[in-house]
Design a protein around this ligand. Structure first.
Ligand code: PLP
Length: 455
Protein backbone atom coordinates (compact mmCIF):
# COMPACT_ATOMS: atom_id res chain seq x y z
CA UNK A 1 0.00 0.00 0.00
CA UNK A 2 1.44 3.38 -1.00
CA UNK A 3 2.49 5.43 1.99
CA UNK A 4 4.85 8.33 1.28
CA UNK A 5 6.71 9.93 4.16
CA UNK A 6 5.85 13.55 4.93
CA UNK A 7 7.98 15.86 7.04
CA UNK A 8 6.39 18.36 9.37
CA UNK A 9 7.32 22.01 9.16
CA UNK A 10 9.03 21.94 5.77
CA UNK A 11 6.66 22.51 2.83
CA UNK A 12 2.84 22.53 2.96
CA UNK A 13 1.52 18.96 3.28
CA UNK A 14 -0.42 19.31 0.05
CA UNK A 15 2.78 20.17 -1.88
CA UNK A 16 4.74 17.36 -0.23
CA UNK A 17 2.08 14.79 -1.07
CA UNK A 18 1.80 16.02 -4.67
CA UNK A 19 5.57 15.90 -5.11
CA UNK A 20 5.78 12.39 -3.65
CA UNK A 21 3.05 11.17 -5.98
CA UNK A 22 4.66 12.76 -9.05
CA UNK A 23 8.07 11.39 -8.11
CA UNK A 24 6.83 7.84 -7.48
CA UNK A 25 4.84 7.73 -10.73
CA UNK A 26 7.84 9.07 -12.66
CA UNK A 27 10.28 6.58 -11.11
CA UNK A 28 7.95 3.63 -11.64
CA UNK A 29 7.68 2.96 -7.89
CA UNK A 30 3.97 3.38 -8.61
CA UNK A 31 3.49 1.56 -11.90
CA UNK A 32 0.58 2.11 -14.30
CA UNK A 33 -2.59 0.46 -13.06
CA UNK A 34 -1.55 0.47 -9.39
CA UNK A 35 -4.50 1.22 -7.14
CA UNK A 36 -3.96 4.08 -4.71
CA UNK A 37 -5.22 3.78 -1.16
CA UNK A 38 -8.72 5.15 -0.54
CA UNK A 39 -8.50 8.80 0.44
CA UNK A 40 -9.75 8.23 3.99
CA UNK A 41 -7.27 5.39 4.62
CA UNK A 42 -4.33 7.41 3.37
CA UNK A 43 -5.37 10.46 5.40
CA UNK A 44 -5.70 8.29 8.50
CA UNK A 45 -2.32 6.63 8.04
CA UNK A 46 -0.52 9.91 7.26
CA UNK A 47 -2.37 11.66 10.10
CA UNK A 48 -3.51 14.48 7.83
CA UNK A 49 -6.90 15.84 6.85
CA UNK A 50 -8.86 13.92 4.24
CA UNK A 51 -9.46 17.22 2.41
CA UNK A 52 -5.73 17.46 1.62
CA UNK A 53 -5.68 13.97 0.12
CA UNK A 54 -8.85 14.68 -1.86
CA UNK A 55 -7.29 17.86 -3.28
CA UNK A 56 -4.06 16.07 -4.26
CA UNK A 57 -5.91 13.16 -5.92
CA UNK A 58 -8.09 15.63 -7.84
CA UNK A 59 -5.08 17.63 -8.99
CA UNK A 60 -3.25 14.43 -9.97
CA UNK A 61 -6.28 13.42 -12.07
CA UNK A 62 -6.26 16.83 -13.74
CA UNK A 63 -2.56 16.43 -14.51
CA UNK A 64 -3.15 13.00 -16.00
CA UNK A 65 -1.22 11.09 -13.32
CA UNK A 66 -4.26 9.25 -12.00
CA UNK A 67 -7.51 7.94 -13.36
CA UNK A 68 -10.57 7.36 -11.20
CA UNK A 69 -13.49 5.01 -11.71
CA UNK A 70 -16.61 5.57 -9.62
CA UNK A 71 -16.96 2.76 -7.12
CA UNK A 72 -13.48 1.33 -7.83
CA UNK A 73 -11.09 4.05 -6.69
CA UNK A 74 -8.03 5.83 -8.07
CA UNK A 75 -5.39 4.19 -10.25
CA UNK A 76 -2.05 5.28 -11.67
CA UNK A 77 -2.70 6.29 -15.28
CA UNK A 78 -1.21 4.58 -18.30
CA UNK A 79 -2.28 1.02 -17.52
CA UNK A 80 -3.10 -1.25 -20.38
CA UNK A 81 -6.79 -1.55 -21.11
CA UNK A 82 -8.80 -4.23 -19.36
CA UNK A 83 -8.12 -7.60 -20.91
CA UNK A 84 -4.65 -6.53 -22.02
CA UNK A 85 -3.14 -9.25 -19.84
CA UNK A 86 -4.11 -11.50 -22.73
CA UNK A 87 -2.62 -9.16 -25.36
CA UNK A 88 0.68 -9.85 -27.08
CA UNK A 89 3.80 -8.93 -25.15
CA UNK A 90 5.72 -6.88 -27.67
CA UNK A 91 9.51 -7.14 -27.99
CA UNK A 92 9.41 -6.25 -31.67
CA UNK A 93 9.69 -2.47 -31.60
CA UNK A 94 12.25 -0.25 -29.98
CA UNK A 95 9.93 1.60 -27.65
CA UNK A 96 10.88 2.80 -24.20
CA UNK A 97 8.60 3.66 -21.36
CA UNK A 98 7.22 7.19 -21.55
CA UNK A 99 6.29 7.13 -17.87
CA UNK A 100 8.86 9.70 -16.75
CA UNK A 101 7.92 12.07 -19.59
CA UNK A 102 4.20 11.58 -18.96
CA UNK A 103 4.61 12.52 -15.31
CA UNK A 104 6.18 15.84 -16.30
CA UNK A 105 3.98 16.57 -19.29
CA UNK A 106 1.18 18.39 -17.41
CA UNK A 107 3.71 20.78 -15.86
CA UNK A 108 5.21 21.38 -19.30
CA UNK A 109 1.78 22.36 -20.59
CA UNK A 110 1.27 24.75 -17.67
CA UNK A 111 4.65 26.33 -18.42
CA UNK A 112 3.68 26.64 -22.10
CA UNK A 113 0.60 28.63 -21.15
CA UNK A 114 2.75 31.13 -19.32
CA UNK A 115 5.19 31.70 -22.19
CA UNK A 116 5.08 35.21 -23.63
CA UNK A 117 6.26 33.84 -27.00
CA UNK A 118 3.65 31.08 -27.26
CA UNK A 119 1.74 32.67 -30.12
CA UNK A 120 4.94 32.94 -32.18
CA UNK A 121 4.84 29.18 -32.46
CA UNK A 122 1.61 29.38 -34.42
CA UNK A 123 3.27 30.85 -37.46
CA UNK A 124 5.67 29.08 -39.87
CA UNK A 125 9.03 28.33 -38.37
CA UNK A 126 12.06 28.80 -40.65
CA UNK A 127 12.70 25.54 -42.60
CA UNK A 128 15.57 24.48 -40.31
CA UNK A 129 13.42 25.13 -37.22
CA UNK A 130 13.28 28.04 -34.78
CA UNK A 131 16.72 29.28 -33.71
CA UNK A 132 15.95 28.65 -30.02
CA UNK A 133 14.99 25.04 -30.82
CA UNK A 134 18.15 24.53 -32.87
CA UNK A 135 20.26 25.92 -30.02
CA UNK A 136 18.52 23.54 -27.62
CA UNK A 137 19.29 20.73 -30.08
CA UNK A 138 22.99 21.61 -29.95
CA UNK A 139 22.75 21.57 -26.15
CA UNK A 140 21.16 18.10 -26.26
CA UNK A 141 23.96 16.83 -28.50
CA UNK A 142 26.55 18.21 -26.07
CA UNK A 143 24.86 16.85 -22.94
CA UNK A 144 23.73 13.45 -24.20
CA UNK A 145 25.54 12.50 -27.40
CA UNK A 146 29.20 13.43 -26.98
CA UNK A 147 29.22 16.36 -29.41
CA UNK A 148 30.38 19.26 -27.22
CA UNK A 149 30.89 21.71 -30.06
CA UNK A 150 27.96 21.10 -32.40
CA UNK A 151 27.26 24.30 -34.34
CA UNK A 152 23.54 25.07 -34.03
CA UNK A 153 23.69 26.95 -37.33
CA UNK A 154 24.36 23.65 -39.10
CA UNK A 155 21.65 21.81 -37.18
CA UNK A 156 18.13 21.13 -38.44
CA UNK A 157 15.13 20.29 -36.26
CA UNK A 158 13.42 17.18 -37.66
CA UNK A 159 10.27 15.22 -36.91
CA UNK A 160 11.95 12.06 -35.72
CA UNK A 161 15.16 10.24 -36.50
CA UNK A 162 13.51 8.59 -39.48
CA UNK A 163 12.75 12.04 -40.91
CA UNK A 164 16.35 13.11 -40.31
CA UNK A 165 17.58 10.08 -42.26
CA UNK A 166 15.10 10.75 -45.05
CA UNK A 167 16.23 14.37 -45.32
CA UNK A 168 19.89 13.39 -45.45
CA UNK A 169 19.49 10.68 -48.10
CA UNK A 170 17.01 12.61 -50.22
CA UNK A 171 19.44 15.54 -50.23
CA UNK A 172 22.47 13.36 -51.00
CA UNK A 173 21.40 10.61 -53.36
CA UNK A 174 19.57 9.96 -56.59
CA UNK A 175 17.69 6.77 -57.51
CA UNK A 176 20.07 3.91 -58.25
CA UNK A 177 22.82 5.10 -55.90
CA UNK A 178 24.48 2.59 -53.61
CA UNK A 179 24.43 3.07 -49.85
CA UNK A 180 26.69 0.92 -47.70
CA UNK A 181 25.32 -0.34 -44.38
CA UNK A 182 26.09 -2.96 -41.78
CA UNK A 183 24.89 -6.36 -43.03
CA UNK A 184 21.95 -6.14 -40.64
CA UNK A 185 20.58 -2.68 -40.03
CA UNK A 186 17.65 -0.56 -38.85
CA UNK A 187 14.55 -1.60 -40.76
CA UNK A 188 13.70 2.09 -41.31
CA UNK A 189 16.78 2.37 -43.54
CA UNK A 190 15.55 -0.52 -45.66
CA UNK A 191 12.14 1.14 -45.97
CA UNK A 192 13.76 4.43 -46.94
CA UNK A 193 16.01 2.80 -49.53
CA UNK A 194 13.00 1.17 -51.12
CA UNK A 195 11.14 4.48 -51.43
CA UNK A 196 14.17 6.43 -52.67
CA UNK A 197 15.20 3.55 -54.98
CA UNK A 198 18.60 3.23 -53.34
CA UNK A 199 20.63 0.04 -53.47
CA UNK A 200 21.76 -1.11 -50.04
CA UNK A 201 24.95 -3.14 -49.77
CA UNK A 202 25.40 -4.86 -46.40
CA UNK A 203 28.96 -5.07 -45.07
CA UNK A 204 30.35 -7.58 -42.60
CA UNK A 205 30.61 -6.76 -38.89
CA UNK A 206 32.44 -8.17 -35.94
CA UNK A 207 31.67 -7.63 -32.26
CA UNK A 208 32.59 -3.95 -32.71
CA UNK A 209 30.31 -3.38 -35.65
CA UNK A 210 31.28 -2.45 -39.19
CA UNK A 211 34.60 -3.93 -40.41
CA UNK A 212 37.00 -1.33 -41.81
CA UNK A 213 38.36 -3.71 -44.45
CA UNK A 214 34.88 -4.46 -45.79
CA UNK A 215 34.18 -0.73 -45.97
CA UNK A 216 37.44 0.02 -47.73
CA UNK A 217 36.80 -2.66 -50.33
CA UNK A 218 33.24 -1.55 -51.06
CA UNK A 219 34.27 2.11 -51.27
CA UNK A 220 37.15 1.21 -53.59
CA UNK A 221 34.54 -0.40 -55.86
CA UNK A 222 32.83 3.00 -56.19
CA UNK A 223 30.25 3.42 -53.38
CA UNK A 224 29.96 7.00 -52.14
CA UNK A 225 27.61 6.81 -49.14
CA UNK A 226 27.71 5.02 -45.81
CA UNK A 227 24.86 4.65 -43.30
CA UNK A 228 26.17 3.33 -40.00
CA UNK A 229 24.92 2.89 -36.43
CA UNK A 230 28.07 2.92 -34.31
CA UNK A 231 26.50 2.86 -30.83
CA UNK A 232 24.26 -0.02 -29.72
CA UNK A 233 23.86 -0.98 -33.34
CA UNK A 234 20.34 -1.89 -34.35
CA UNK A 235 19.72 -4.85 -34.36
CA UNK A 236 22.90 -6.32 -32.82
CA UNK A 237 23.54 -3.95 -29.91
CA UNK A 238 27.24 -3.85 -30.87
CA UNK A 239 29.32 -0.80 -30.03
CA UNK A 240 32.23 0.54 -32.09
CA UNK A 241 35.22 1.22 -29.88
CA UNK A 242 37.31 4.40 -30.20
CA UNK A 243 39.91 2.81 -32.50
CA UNK A 244 37.23 1.39 -34.80
CA UNK A 245 35.55 4.78 -35.12
CA UNK A 246 38.85 6.33 -36.08
CA UNK A 247 39.48 3.63 -38.68
CA UNK A 248 36.03 4.17 -40.23
CA UNK A 249 36.55 7.96 -40.28
CA UNK A 250 39.98 7.53 -41.88
CA UNK A 251 38.60 5.29 -44.65
CA UNK A 252 35.71 7.71 -45.23
CA UNK A 253 38.30 10.47 -45.82
CA UNK A 254 40.57 8.36 -47.96
CA UNK A 255 37.69 7.18 -50.17
CA UNK A 256 35.73 10.45 -50.10
CA UNK A 257 32.62 8.85 -48.58
CA UNK A 258 29.74 10.82 -47.14
CA UNK A 259 28.61 9.25 -43.88
CA UNK A 260 25.19 9.31 -42.24
CA UNK A 261 25.92 8.43 -38.62
CA UNK A 262 22.71 7.25 -36.96
CA UNK A 263 23.54 7.60 -33.29
CA UNK A 264 20.08 7.57 -31.77
CA UNK A 265 21.16 5.15 -29.02
CA UNK A 266 24.29 7.07 -27.92
CA UNK A 267 22.57 8.62 -24.86
CA UNK A 268 22.05 5.13 -23.40
CA UNK A 269 25.84 4.69 -23.20
CA UNK A 270 26.56 8.14 -21.82
CA UNK A 271 27.38 6.91 -18.31
CA UNK A 272 29.31 3.85 -19.48
CA UNK A 273 31.67 4.99 -22.18
CA UNK A 274 33.13 8.14 -23.62
CA UNK A 275 33.12 7.41 -27.34
CA UNK A 276 33.65 10.16 -29.88
CA UNK A 277 31.03 10.15 -32.63
CA UNK A 278 32.37 9.76 -36.17
CA UNK A 279 30.92 13.25 -36.73
CA UNK A 280 33.69 14.61 -34.47
CA UNK A 281 36.38 12.61 -36.30
CA UNK A 282 35.32 13.45 -39.85
CA UNK A 283 33.00 16.44 -39.37
CA UNK A 284 33.40 17.71 -42.92
CA UNK A 285 31.60 14.63 -44.37
CA UNK A 286 29.33 13.26 -41.65
CA UNK A 287 25.63 13.83 -41.07
CA UNK A 288 24.75 13.09 -37.44
CA UNK A 289 21.27 11.86 -36.43
CA UNK A 290 19.97 12.13 -32.86
CA UNK A 291 16.37 11.75 -31.70
CA UNK A 292 14.41 12.35 -28.52
CA UNK A 293 12.17 9.38 -29.33
CA UNK A 294 14.21 6.87 -27.36
CA UNK A 295 15.16 8.86 -24.27
CA UNK A 296 12.24 11.27 -23.86
CA UNK A 297 9.09 10.49 -25.88
CA UNK A 298 8.50 9.56 -29.54
CA UNK A 299 5.23 11.50 -29.62
CA UNK A 300 7.16 14.78 -29.51
CA UNK A 301 8.47 13.86 -32.97
CA UNK A 302 11.60 15.84 -32.28
CA UNK A 303 15.02 14.92 -33.59
CA UNK A 304 18.13 16.72 -34.75
CA UNK A 305 20.20 16.41 -37.91
CA UNK A 306 23.64 17.95 -37.80
CA UNK A 307 24.87 18.63 -41.34
CA UNK A 308 28.51 18.53 -42.43
CA UNK A 309 28.81 22.01 -43.90
CA UNK A 310 27.08 25.01 -45.42
CA UNK A 311 26.45 23.50 -48.86
CA UNK A 312 24.86 20.33 -47.51
CA UNK A 313 22.93 22.33 -44.91
CA UNK A 314 21.42 24.38 -47.74
CA UNK A 315 20.53 21.22 -49.66
CA UNK A 316 18.71 19.83 -46.63
CA UNK A 317 16.89 23.14 -46.17
CA UNK A 318 15.79 23.01 -49.83
CA UNK A 319 14.49 19.47 -49.24
CA UNK A 320 12.53 20.59 -46.20
CA UNK A 321 11.00 23.47 -48.15
CA UNK A 322 9.89 21.02 -50.81
CA UNK A 323 8.29 18.57 -48.39
CA UNK A 324 6.83 20.43 -45.45
CA UNK A 325 8.23 23.96 -45.58
CA UNK A 326 9.08 23.86 -41.88
CA UNK A 327 8.96 21.51 -38.88
CA UNK A 328 5.95 21.60 -36.56
CA UNK A 329 6.86 23.85 -33.66
CA UNK A 330 4.99 22.45 -30.66
CA UNK A 331 6.82 19.17 -30.07
CA UNK A 332 10.14 20.95 -30.52
CA UNK A 333 8.99 23.70 -28.16
CA UNK A 334 8.28 21.23 -25.35
CA UNK A 335 11.60 19.53 -26.08
CA UNK A 336 13.35 22.90 -25.93
CA UNK A 337 11.74 23.77 -22.59
CA UNK A 338 12.78 20.41 -21.19
CA UNK A 339 16.34 20.66 -22.49
CA UNK A 340 16.70 24.18 -21.11
CA UNK A 341 15.28 23.54 -17.65
CA UNK A 342 17.08 20.21 -17.09
CA UNK A 343 13.95 18.03 -17.31
CA UNK A 344 15.28 16.31 -20.45
CA UNK A 345 18.43 15.21 -18.62
CA UNK A 346 16.33 13.90 -15.72
CA UNK A 347 14.02 11.94 -18.02
CA UNK A 348 17.02 10.57 -19.92
CA UNK A 349 18.59 9.40 -16.65
CA UNK A 350 15.32 7.65 -15.76
CA UNK A 351 15.31 5.97 -19.20
CA UNK A 352 18.87 4.71 -18.72
CA UNK A 353 18.01 3.40 -15.26
CA UNK A 354 14.85 1.68 -16.50
CA UNK A 355 16.66 0.00 -19.38
CA UNK A 356 19.57 -1.06 -17.16
CA UNK A 357 17.11 -2.75 -14.76
CA UNK A 358 15.46 -4.49 -17.67
CA UNK A 359 18.83 -5.68 -19.02
CA UNK A 360 19.59 -7.34 -15.67
CA UNK A 361 16.32 -9.30 -15.91
CA UNK A 362 17.00 -10.22 -19.55
CA UNK A 363 20.45 -11.54 -18.71
CA UNK A 364 19.12 -13.46 -15.71
CA UNK A 365 16.47 -15.20 -17.80
CA UNK A 366 18.17 -15.63 -21.18
CA UNK A 367 21.80 -15.81 -20.02
CA UNK A 368 24.12 -17.28 -22.60
CA UNK A 369 21.67 -16.82 -25.45
CA UNK A 370 22.40 -13.07 -25.41
CA UNK A 371 25.45 -12.01 -27.36
CA UNK A 372 28.06 -10.30 -25.22
CA UNK A 373 29.59 -8.02 -24.37
CA UNK A 374 26.35 -6.11 -23.86
CA UNK A 375 26.04 -2.59 -22.54
CA UNK A 376 24.65 -2.08 -19.06
CA UNK A 377 21.82 0.06 -20.44
CA UNK A 378 21.15 -1.79 -23.71
CA UNK A 379 17.63 -1.14 -25.03
CA UNK A 380 17.87 -4.14 -27.36
CA UNK A 381 19.78 -7.40 -27.13
CA UNK A 382 20.84 -9.78 -29.86
CA UNK A 383 20.48 -13.55 -29.78
CA UNK A 384 22.61 -14.98 -32.58
CA UNK A 385 21.27 -18.19 -34.13
CA UNK A 386 20.64 -19.62 -37.57
CA UNK A 387 17.93 -18.07 -39.68
CA UNK A 388 15.83 -21.23 -39.48
CA UNK A 389 16.09 -21.45 -35.72
CA UNK A 390 15.29 -17.73 -35.39
CA UNK A 391 12.13 -18.21 -37.45
CA UNK A 392 11.10 -21.20 -35.35
CA UNK A 393 11.75 -19.45 -32.04
CA UNK A 394 9.85 -16.38 -33.25
CA UNK A 395 6.95 -18.63 -34.22
CA UNK A 396 6.95 -20.51 -30.91
CA UNK A 397 7.13 -17.23 -28.98
CA UNK A 398 4.20 -15.85 -30.93
CA UNK A 399 2.12 -18.92 -30.14
CA UNK A 400 2.97 -18.19 -26.50
CA UNK A 401 1.74 -14.61 -26.83
CA UNK A 402 5.09 -12.86 -27.39
CA UNK A 403 6.04 -10.87 -30.51
CA UNK A 404 9.68 -10.43 -31.53
CA UNK A 405 11.14 -8.59 -34.52
CA UNK A 406 10.71 -10.78 -37.63
CA UNK A 407 14.18 -12.28 -38.07
CA UNK A 408 14.48 -11.22 -41.72
CA UNK A 409 13.45 -7.59 -41.12
CA UNK A 410 16.87 -6.10 -40.36
CA UNK A 411 18.91 -8.28 -42.73
CA UNK A 412 20.56 -6.58 -45.71
CA UNK A 413 22.97 -9.40 -46.56
CA UNK A 414 22.28 -12.61 -44.66
CA UNK A 415 25.46 -14.51 -45.62
CA UNK A 416 27.10 -14.07 -42.24
CA UNK A 417 24.44 -12.90 -39.87
CA UNK A 418 21.17 -14.21 -38.44
CA UNK A 419 19.48 -13.99 -35.08
CA UNK A 420 16.74 -12.47 -33.01
CA UNK A 421 16.55 -8.92 -31.73
CA UNK A 422 14.62 -8.34 -28.53
CA UNK A 423 13.61 -4.80 -27.66
CA UNK A 424 13.58 -5.07 -23.90
CA UNK A 425 12.36 -1.52 -23.33
CA UNK A 426 9.05 -2.25 -25.03
CA UNK A 427 7.03 -4.44 -22.58
CA UNK A 428 4.90 -2.24 -20.35
CA UNK A 429 6.44 -3.08 -16.98
CA UNK A 430 8.79 -5.45 -15.20
CA UNK A 431 6.31 -8.29 -14.55
CA UNK A 432 5.27 -8.21 -18.23
CA UNK A 433 8.93 -8.13 -19.32
CA UNK A 434 9.71 -11.10 -17.10
CA UNK A 435 6.73 -13.12 -18.36
CA UNK A 436 7.69 -12.38 -21.97
CA UNK A 437 11.34 -13.32 -21.46
CA UNK A 438 10.34 -16.61 -19.84
CA UNK A 439 8.16 -17.40 -22.85
CA UNK A 440 11.12 -16.70 -25.13
CA UNK A 441 13.39 -18.86 -22.95
CA UNK A 442 10.86 -21.68 -23.24
CA UNK A 443 10.65 -21.18 -27.01
CA UNK A 444 14.45 -21.40 -27.21
CA UNK A 445 14.51 -24.55 -25.10
CA UNK A 446 11.85 -26.31 -27.14
CA UNK A 447 13.34 -25.36 -30.53
CA UNK A 448 15.99 -27.79 -31.69
CA UNK A 449 19.23 -26.41 -32.99
CA UNK A 450 18.45 -26.04 -36.68
CA UNK A 451 21.79 -27.41 -37.86
CA UNK A 452 21.44 -30.56 -35.79
CA UNK A 453 17.85 -30.97 -36.92
CA UNK A 454 19.02 -30.88 -40.53
CA UNK A 455 21.82 -33.38 -39.88
C1 PLP B 1 18.71 3.11 -35.43
C2 PLP B 1 17.46 3.94 -35.47
N1 PLP B 1 17.46 5.09 -36.16
C3 PLP B 1 16.37 5.86 -36.24
C4 PLP B 1 15.21 5.51 -35.60
C5 PLP B 1 14.00 6.36 -35.77
O1 PLP B 1 13.87 7.30 -34.78
P1 PLP B 1 12.46 8.05 -34.62
O2 PLP B 1 11.56 7.13 -33.90
O3 PLP B 1 12.81 9.28 -33.87
O4 PLP B 1 11.95 8.37 -35.99
C6 PLP B 1 15.16 4.31 -34.86
C7 PLP B 1 13.91 3.89 -34.20
O5 PLP B 1 13.73 2.77 -33.83
C8 PLP B 1 16.32 3.51 -34.81
O6 PLP B 1 16.33 2.35 -34.15
Amino acid sequence: MWQPSLREGTKPLHDQLMEALTRDVASGALSPGTQLPPQRDLAYRLKIGVGTVTKVYAEARRRGLLTATVGRGSFVAGAAADGAADALIDFSRNLMTTRAAAARFPDALLALRRRPDLAEHLTYAPPAGMPAHRKAGAKWLAAQAGLPNADWQRLVVCEGGQHAMALAFFSLCKPGDTVLTEHATFFGMKALAEQLRLRLVGLAMDKQGLLPDALDKAAAAGAKFLYTIPTLQNPTGRVMGARRRLDIATIARKRDLTVVEDDVYAPFLRDEADLAPIATLAPERTFYVSTLSKMIAPGLRCAYLLTPGDALFERVVATIRAFSYAPAALGALIATQWIEDGTADDIASAARKDVAERAVVAVRILGKHIEGPYAKAAPHVWLPMSELKAERVAGAALRGGVAVTPPGAPIVDGKDIAGLRLCIGAPADMPTLERGLKTIAAALAETPNAMRAVV
